[in-house]
Write a protein that binds this ligand. Sequence first.
Ligand SMILES: Cc1cc2nc3c(=O)[nH]c(=O)nc-3n(C[C@H](O)[C@H](O)[C@H](O)COP(=O)(O)O)c2cc1C
Length: 180
Amino acid sequence: MFKNTFEAITTRRSVRRFLEKPVENEQIEAVVTAASFAPSWKNTQTARYIAITDPAAKETIAAEMLPSFNAATVRSAPVLIAMVTQTGRCGYERDGSYTTKKEDRWQYFDAGIACQTFCLAAHEMGLATVIMGIYDEEKLPAFLGLAEDQVLTAIIALGYAAEIPACPKRKGVEDLLRYI
Ligand SMILES: Cc1cc2nc3c(=O)[nH]c(=O)nc-3n(C[C@H](O)[C@H](O)[C@H](O)COP(=O)(O)O)c2cc1C
């Protein structure tokens, strides 16, 4: 669909209004398959995905576990993805000690890479996404039935865009990069 990876990266936008058009399970699976190729700490592959497609479940989440701005997005999207991380692996040595001073925070680094890989793969398939970090951090993991060794790292709305926002301004390379 895109001429190259640069085009895919720069044209992806966070979309908050979606068409009523459904997303097939096969499409979700293709996106998750692509996201499985994201790099991870010692190839621990701790990212997991829960696809919430049931409208009643989505409505419960929107009504009870999200601020109004994210609730509107989730009501509009045909699919809500919960990004889950398996804890106790990323950032650790085999003996259970931490490898670096960042301790287990590497798991959030890996979750972020997997998340963006997921979003870019969806974009390639003509699907739109928005990552959401603001939700009820007690109620939503409980509603999803997460295990003791799992943490909810983000949620992602997924569907066909009804509206593609303008690109929010980016910092220039002069602000981002320095050479030594
Ligand atoms: C970790 C993270 C959390 C975010 N949380 C939210 C959110 O709760 N609600 C929302 O509408 N957008 C959220 N966003 C989307 C950002 O606002 C968006 O990526 C940013 O404005 C740049 O726009 P673009 O993605 O279209 O380039 C989040 C993005 C990231 C990476």
